[in-house]
Design a protein around this ligand. Structure first.
Ligand code: T4K
Length: 419
């Protein structure tokens, strides 16, 4: 263990040449595997079926299970959530401008921009990290056709306030629910809000289908359109009635998705335990806040999110991340630097940051820690001790690290490495 006494040498830290605390890197977003035997049985079944894509039995079963969890009448399985966002915005006829948070994964905005719709960035509530409904209204212009909220970290946006604005101003309301499968907002399942919601089942999500996504909606006509659009617009053999794309989920992906849903409760229990262990382990560390979850809701706890206050802790988030990476704890700065600072948005809106003070502030403080079934409790204790020790020695560390502009270590620190 690293020496915590104020005059011990800093050379024990791996960033200054000491041995890393972990042999194998700890990742954020390591996939949960579920029941391996059941997955392989399903793959055997798929091979026997000789039905690999285009709405086979596993995709249909996956859709049924997703709609049950989401409390929505329709679930349409897709190859990923990004294509899901593209299809649903198109199916709803959105154009012009759509209001969206900048504190999100870049796919939320790209899905709009990809179809020549301008994302208009809205600031967030610093307490929840979610789109701030109080700011939405001032961003509405005659070109605005919709609002796209993001249920970041699985916590529900203020759905009621957003619905009221959308209804009063005649806008469509959509949710990027990529993080929020299995979660509720005020006791109601996420998946049943707005015109439609989109889940991601990417490998890094707590329930995964290798790659995958789903659009859920209670609107029968919208669901019908989406089903056409994700299959080239085919109404029946040889009859194309719509412009479409190929957004289909494969049977292998659906087999993984079903297997993953079967293990969902166990995964959530592990995530929750991990979150609590981090929160306990980091309690009282100056300037370090573990983002709490609202225990009144059903949640999936798939992200452990830290806010690092540089003044109170004495370390900048980037300095702490550097210390952790060298110890092979690959903490991630989700969602630095904010979508408004990525291209093409950075060039389109060079002054966007002036309108996004909370997003800006958070982007410089945020750090996601490894969790999920691949991370054991002993490892969490080591990560907490590491952070506690680093903050305890913040002044000396900060001075010696300087401003960490050099890139973090690359491939030798990837998942497959061990020394
Ligand atoms: N909206 C939101 C709010 C989202 O967060 C996302 C996706 C989307 C929309 C779009 O959903 P999809 O179209 O992907 O369905 C990762 C994921 O690729 C991305 O899906 C996810 N959000 C985002 C939060 O995280 P990166 O660029 O950080 O990926 P990468 O390659 O750095 O991997 C993340 C970590 O996971 C690494 O530490 C390695 C580990 N990993 C990854 C994979 C794929 C593994 O250990 N095994 C694996 O198989 O985006």
């Amino acid at each position: 263990m690293l020496p915590s006494s104020p005059d011990a040498s800093l050379d024990e830290f791996a960033v200054f040449g000491g041995s890393p605390q972990f042999l194998d890197a700890l990742h954020v977003g390591r996939p949960n595997v579920g029941d391996r035997r059941r997955f392989i049985e399903r793959i055997e079944q798929m091979l026997d079926n000789r039905w690999f894509s285009n709405g086979g039995p596993f995709v249909r079963e996956f859709e049924r299970r997703v709609s049950e969890v989401a409390g929505a009448r329709h679930a349409i399985a897709l190859c990923n959530a990004t294509v899901g966002l593209e299809i649903v915005t198109r199916a709803l006829g959105l154009s012009g401008e759509v209001i969206v948070p900048a504190f999100t994964f870049v796919a939320t905005a790209h899905a709009l921009q990809w179809q020549q719709i301008t994302p208009v960035f809205c600031d967030i509530d610093p307490r929840t990290h979610l789109i701030d409904p109080a700011r939405v209204e001032s961003l509405i212009t005659p070109r605005t056709t919709g609002v796209l909220g993001v249920h970041l970290w699985g916590a529900g946006c203020d759905v009621d306030a957003l619905s009221e604005i959308a209804r009063r101003r005649g806008l469509r309301l959509l949710f990027d629910a990529s993080h929020a499968f299995g979660c509720t907002f005020q006791g109601r399942p996420i998946g049943s809000f707005g015109d439609a919601e989109v889940f991601s089942f990417h490998a890094t999500k707590f329930v995964n289908s290798l790659e995958g996504g789903a659009i859920v909606t209670n609107d029968d006509e919208l669901a019908r359109k989406i089903r056409l659009m994700k299959n080239f617009g085919f109404e029946s053999f040889d009859a194309v009635t719509y412009v479409g794309t190929n957004g289909k989920m494969t049977e292998a992906a659906a087999a993984m998705g079903i297997t993953s849903i079967e293990s969902m409760d166990d995964i959530i229990a592990t995530n929750r335990r991990n979150h609590q262990r981090y929160a306990r382990g980091l309690q009282g560390v100056p300037g370090i806040r573990v983002l709490p979850y609202d225990e009144r809701e059903r949640l999936n706890y798939q992200y452990v999110v830290l806010e690092v206050d540089p003044v109170e802790s004495g370390l900048h988030r980037d300095q702490l991340q550097r210390v952790l990476w060298f110890e092979r704890v690959l903490a991630r700065r989700y969602f630095y630097p904010g979508v408004h600072r990525m291209e093409p948005y950075r060039s389109h809106f060079p002054h966007a940051s002036l309108l996004l003070p909370q997003t800006e502030r958070l982007c410089s403080r945020i750090l996601s820690l490894p969790t999920g079934t691949a991370v054991d409790e002993a490892s969490i204790d080591v990560v907490c001790a590491l952070i506690r020790t680093a903050i305890g020695r913040a002044a000396a560390l900060s001075q010696r690290l300087g401003h960490p502009a050099t890139p973090l270590p690359g491939p030798p620190y990837d998942s497959t490495s061990s020394r």
